[in-house]
Write a protein that binds this ligand. Structure first.
Ligand code: C5P
Length: 396
């Protein structure tokens, strides 16, 4: 959940600052990139060297690097972050945040941050219970900040009460839950067909096409990143999903792909038909290799394959979304929109063979996406990953 997330860890001058080494370690272990911003007094409690060694990034504390005069941009930092966590947050910093007292790098970064902010207070029980603290935390809540409530227990003063910074494991759990909840396709099940189909002629030959599966697998990865539970029904390809959670069901022929999709579709919320399904298959599969010597000419009788997209379109129930692809050489829009209607699709993604770099076996694609009411969006030539993200954002 935290993989690749940019997290600013703001550390202030409280005893609990010693726990931030563990917090940093846990965030890094989960794949987050962490930038530590410390108040000057935080350095009395934990050294910047420890934290920069753990994060692999110099700790930021001052507005300028003294010897070079390099300015540390709190604005850039604020834009870089997917989340800002202030832990421990002392009464002093909470008060400054609540009232916009931007006299250090941490508070200026806080004021510049566009990302969600999480505040883990840590202080003595009387400070915690003081109406000033209560009012300042209330102000932070009113700004939309998330307060990670302190636990009750023995405090550094040996007094027992409420004010212990929440344990690093629990702070990480709060972040994970937040990112998990904010995934746009969380709880959705998605079926994707990808790659070509192979239609057997005899034990060593088949009818196939040049599809590599790159577009379908890119959609699978983008959907999984958006929180969907993804199953790819895939023809023979060498690509693999980058996201571990993507389930792959390997098939060979259109008939097998169709059977798997018909089984899976009823439990799905969304389905994207990206496979280049062979339109025809040999009517008879020879048991033995067809020999060249047998005849001067050979004819393979072909029989039409099932149209998987149209079959699922016929089964579609209320609440399900079905997306198809179209690869056209002429009357592109007209053909794509006709297919949208005839297959009972909700959206169709048209790739044009006329655009260099789009379509089969490339790493890029240029698409126009249509819905029943007409064009939804046309993209420039983009990586297949970017096209996939665009499609997923339209489905979210
Ligand atoms: O009819 P046409 O092949 O152009 O339609 C393309 C769309 O239909 C794609 O989404 C493709 O995956 C799907 N299709 C299918 N089964 C077929 C042929 C196409 O699912 N037999």
């Amino acid at each position: 959940m935290l993989k690749g997330k940019h997290i600013i860890l703001g550390i202030t001058g409280g005893i609990a600052a010693y726990k931030t080494a563990i917090l940093t370690r846990l965030l890094i272990k989960r794949g987050a990139e962490v930038q530590v911003v410390m108040t000057p007094s935080a350095k009395e409690f934990i050294t910047p060297v420890t934290l920069s060694a753990l994060t692999g990034k110099p700790v930021v504390s001052e507005f300028f690097t003294a010897n070079t005069g390099e300015w540390h941009s709190h604005v850039d930092l604020g834009l870089w972050a997917d989340a800002m966590v202030i832990a421990p947050a002392t009464a002093c910093t909470i008060g400054k945040m609540a009232n916009g007292v931007a006299d250090n790098m941490l508070v200026t970064t806080y004021l510049s941050a566009k990302a969600p902010v999480f505040v883990a207070p840590a202080m003595d029980l009387d400070m915690m219970a003081h109406p000033s603290t209560t009012r300042n935390l209330e102000l932070l809540r009113s700004y939309g900040n998330h307060i990670i409530e302190p636990a009750a227990g023995e405090l550094a003063s040996h007094l027992v009460g409420r004010g212990r910074m929440e344990e690093p494991e629990n702070i990480v759990a709060v972040l994970e839950e937040f990112f998990d909840r904010s995934l746009p396709l969380k709880g959705k099940k998605m079926l994707i067909t990808a790659g070509p189909t192979y239609e057997r002629i005899d034990p060593v030959r088949f009818i196939g096409n040049f599809s590599t599966g790159k577009m379908g697998y890119a959609i699978a990865d983008a959907a999984a990143k958006a929180g969907a539970e993804v199953t790819v029904v895939s023809g023979p390809v060498s690509v693999k999903p980058a996201e571990e959670s993507v389930k792959v069901v390997k098939v060979e022929s259109a008939q097998e792909m169709c059977s798997e999709c018909v089984k899976l579709f009823p439990s799905m919320d969304l389905a994207v038909m990206c496979a280049a399904v062979a339109d025809y298959a040999p009517a008879k599969v020879h048991d033995t290799k067809i020999k060249r010597e047998q005849a001067e000419t050979a004819t393979i009788e072909l029989r039409r394959n099932p149209d998987i997209a149209a079959t699922l379109g016929g089964m579609k129930r209320e609440g399900q979304t079905l997306v198809g692809f179209a690869l056209e050489t002429d009357h592109e829009e007209e053909n794509a929109r006709r297919k949208l209607a005839s297959k009972n699709l909700d959206m169709i993604v048209l790739n044009s063979l006329a655009v260099p770099g789009a379509g089969f076996a490339t790493d890029t694609n240029q698409v126009s996406i249509y819905g029943p009411a007409g064009l939804i969006e046309s993209t420039p030539l983009l990586s297949k990953g970017a096209v996939a993200s665009k499609l997923i954002s339209l489905l979210s």
